[in-house]
Ligand binder design. Sequence first.
Ligand code: NAD
Ligand code: TYD
Length: 349
Amino acid sequence: MILVTGGAGFIGSNFILDWLAQSDEPVLNLDALTYAGNSENLASLTTDARYTFVHGSIGDGALVTNLMTRYQPRAIVNFAAESHVDRSIHGPEDFIQTNIVGAFRLLEAARAHWGGLRDRQEFRFLHISTDEVFGTLQAGDPAFDEQNQYQPNSPYSASKAAADHLMRAYHHTYGLPVLTTNCSNNYGPFHFPEKLIPLVIHNAISGRPLPLYGDGRQIRDWLYVKDHCSAIRRVLDAGLPGQTYNIGGWNERTNLEVVMMLCDVLDELKPRADGSSYQEQITFVTDRPGHDRRYAINAGKIEAELGWRPAETFETGIRKTVRWYLDHPDWVRNVTLGSYRNWIAKQYA
Ligand code: NAD
Ligand code: TYD
């Protein structure tokens, strides 16, 4: 079996659903169910004997050690993290605790478990990281490759960078078979509507402003979440321990382009009552402090060495995503009650 951490979040839940759709290998999901974790994402697995959920933190060393002793996972895939840059600006503490201290405790438990295995070479610790650790690019700079210097600019990216360094050190010093992936911005089903794409879909159909920070010309490199999941499976199958792999879809867009495209798809699938475009709702708001201007991933290594390629284009992925949100109003309603409202009030005051 494999141990997945943070599997009730956006990417983790997509990963578990895809995994069990393609394999009978059981999954143990350890998730602290923070505001970003949602058991409803995995409701279809409630009676599936291949799926086990444990409510707890990667920072709880005793719990993680017990789980490894009891379930003997052949691999760990670590998604668990605080993941929202804006929240890291308001309050970095949770990011330090989970993304750095939690990752360290998970590594320690994994090292002890791995040390006792007969076939240690077969074990894998796959750590899911981000392109944000590399910092920001100017227009015309080459995309980030695996040799790029780490220059994180936000408390979020700095905490992810620290964890990446621990991963590297545990491989280099102890020989733990660690793999790290650095992926660009994901989008798709189960994305919490505090991030740009689901926020814009939700606000558009609720008649609220579509907030673009600063001039809206910042660039992100977008990948459909199922393509990220297929890349992770490929790295787990064929990646070399100690290596890092950049994952991206060669798909750079300004935030303004992304929002315009979402408006176009919504205009077609769910036209506004007054017949005008959702673009009318676009509003430019105060910029994020320290906002990185551009991210871009060179995915040449994973393509050449592991033969991975994304299946979706941005056009097909965005259309699937908008449809998913329109088809799941109950999911959206449940995650936008309570503390979500407090966050929106604070962030967009
Ligand atoms: P998310 O915020 O949607 O989900 C995070 C999950 O981790 C939640 O289920 C949460 O409950 C859980 N969690 C938080 N603290 C925990 C703890 N201490 N112990 C156990 N579980 C805990 O995040 P996401 O967007 O799914 O991102 C998953 C991973 O992928 C993160 O490590 C993130 O840095 C990385 N990543 C995300 C993106 C993106 O675009 N979303 C891109 C590249 C990399
Ligand atoms: P986000 O989804 O928060 O991801 P990240 O900061 O990790 O890239 O934001 C994506 C881009 O969209 C980023 O440049 C910030 C911008 N953005 C807005 O312009 N308005 C918003 O309301 C949000 C949430 C993000």
